[in-house]
Write a protein that binds this ligand. Sequence first.
Ligand SMILES: Nc1ncnc2c1ncn2[C@@H]1O[C@H](COP(=O)(O)OP(=O)(O)O)[C@@H](O)[C@H]1O
Ligand SMILES: [Mg+2]
Length: 275
Amino acid sequence: MNTQAIPPLSKDAPTVLEMTNISKSFGAVTALVDVSIKLRQGEVLALVGDNGAGKSTLIKILSGFHQPDTGTIVSQGKEVRFASPRDARAQGIETVYQDLALVGDLSVFHNMFLGREYHKRFLGLNLLDNRKMREQAQLYLDTLGITIPSVNSTVDLLSGGQRQCIAVARSIYSSPKILVLDEPLAALGVRESAHVLGLIQNLRQQRQVSVILIVHNYNQIFEVCDRINFLHAGEVALDASTADTSEEELIRIVKSGLGTRAIEAAAAEIRPGLV
Ligand SMILES: Nc1ncnc2c1ncn2[C@@H]1O[C@H](COP(=O)(O)OP(=O)(O)O)[C@@H](O)[C@H]1O
Ligand SMILES: [Mg+2]
């Protein structure tokens, strides 16, 4: 991974996204209650919390997959409503879902250009320009430092970490303003996680793309994030800057109680002013 120290996010970095008082229920199940999150240009925000905390629901609202029951989304200073993932994508919000949405029996380069294939005319026919896609995919993966045996391999033949890298590379390729990664480290080994984290660290260094990184375990991500929001039972229980706190403190806070109140009380005790 890129271990170079990354300067803190500039105080002047503009806010690119504000989700305010978002609530969402599925029938009798309350997934989110008045959740508010803020994201600044170039910031890497980790969204952590137990299974069922509401992390995926929140980002599925951001990516236009679900509509919120209440609350507003302001993107680049304008209030937006996303009726579909296409609307969110048009605003520069790219999401890599937990199931990746790669096509297993297609090659790496076909997956990289899925839905935006290059074509060429040949004898009056409109054909896929495989050579161009192969070359471009190889070039792009090289620039990201992603090594795979061959861009001709079918995705099924790659390891979990390689697949995750391809999915992330594909979403970065579309030059998003906001990149959302839902549990990209789930099921990856140490080395594979380090590679995906390295890609995120590179983005963070450039401070062009803002990233929301959903993780189950935050000990892996402390060094690549600027801020951590801990979601518990559908509420943001803690919003902490990684520069102002430590991994040990967060572990203590999170383990200290099951309810939001208990977490707030524990945080206040450990470090006044943290929450
Ligand atoms: N489509 C759905 N239909 C019904 N319940 C759902 C749906 N999606 C999520 N939930 C429920 O909402 C809650 C939050 O889920 P989720 O956002 O997936 O949590 P996380 O990603 O933090 O594990 C859970 O209780 C889950 O069962
Ligand atoms: Mg989830």
